[in-house]
Each structure stands twice: as structure tokens, then as C-alpha cells.
Design a protein around this ligand. Structure first.
Ligand SMILES: [Cu+2]
Length: 170
């Protein structure tokens, strides 16, 4: 091999390695699309057409956040946040673990926050048709991990298919 061809081969190798590295960085960023609260700790979550927008979000533990839920559909959505779906007769009924259990929240309107009467229900955020609910809260640090948001009550609602979102607490 002449010096010239080996230089060209070296250049090709460097170019390929660079291309692979750039592609990897781009793909990582595309995958990391989960939204986070803004600098003031506010995260807006819109419910439309049986979807959450964003469908993936990251919430800090141990810091105040303000969740602003807007339901653009013509019926109520009743949201719970948890993990490990419990099904009865093939129907999802609640989450085994409740992300919001025991969490103090300042909610507007206050009636939108429904505390469970028994251990067999989850905290529910009821967002009436075409309305907005604001919830200011601090998630305990021991809730870090991966959770889901879903609606169990509502025409056509099913946390397995929609409305559903992935929530990461960190
Ligand atoms: Cu619903």
C-alpha cells in the first residue's frame, strides 16, 4: 500500500467513526423526548383524542412542581398515577402502587383531587370536560422510578391503550 492510499484509508476510517458517533448522539437525543417542567416547575399536560401531550414526562422528586392538566375532550378524564395494573374480569381497575398516595397537593379546583377512601383505590385527578386543573405538589424522594398515568373511567378510556402516559420520577 502506498502512503497516499493508506492516508486515504485512514481518512475513511476516521470519517466512518465520526459518522457513527454523530448518529449515536442524534439517536440518543431523539429517544430522550420526555418533557420536563420548565424553570418555574410548571409542566402543561394536554389531553386530547385519548392522548396525553406529552406522552412521556419526567418529574423531579423532592421539589415543587405545578402540573397543569387541560382536557380538550367533551367528557371527564379521571387520572391516576401509579404502576402495576390491577385487572378484574379483563378490565383494568386501578394501579397496585399509587404514585400520589399521601401526597399533599394544592389543587384548583379543589374538588378535582379525589383522595381514596380505601386502599383499593388510587388518588384520582378528575379533569372535567373542556377544563383545566392545576395541581401544585412535591413528590417524595422515595417515589423515584418509572410510573404510568392513565384514565380508568370514561367512555373508551383504558390505561393500556389511552389515555396513557409514561412518567419518570427522578
Ligand atoms: Cu378518560
Amino acid at each position: 500500500m502506498t502512503t497516499r492510499t493508506s492516508r486515504i484509508s485512514a481518512f475513511v476510517v476516521v470519517a466512518m467513526v465520526t459518522l457513527v458517533a454523530v448518529t449515536a448522539i442524534v439517536l440518543t437525543n431523539v429517544r430522550d423526548q420526555a418533557e420536563r417542567p420548565d424553570r418555574d416547575g410548571v409542566l402543561e399536560i394536554v389531553m386530547e383524542d385519548y392522548r396525553f401531550r406529552p406522552a412521556e414526562f419526567v418529574l423531579p422528586a423532592g421539589e415543587p412542581v405545578t402540573l397543569v392538566f387541560t382536557n380538550t375532550q367533551d367528557f371527564n378524564h379521571n387520572l391516576t398515577f401509579g404502576r402495576s395494573l390491577v385487572e378484574q374480569n379483563g378490565r383494568p381497575v386501578r394501579f397496585e402502587e399509587d404514585l400520589l398516595a399521601g401526597v399533599d397537593a394544592r389543587v384548583t379546583p379543589p374538588r378535582a383531587w379525589i383522595e381514596p377512601g380505601t386502599a383499593d383505590t388510587n388518588v384520582t385527578v378528575s379533569v372535567a370536560a373542556n377544563s383545566t386543573v392545576t395541581a401544585e405538589l412535591v413528590l417524595p424522594t422515595d417515589r423515584a422510578g418509572t410510573w404510568q398515568a392513565g384514565c380508568f373511567i370514561g367512555p373508551g378510556c383504558d390505561p393500556r391503550v389511552g389515555l396513557a402516559a409514561e412518567v419518570t420520577v427522578e
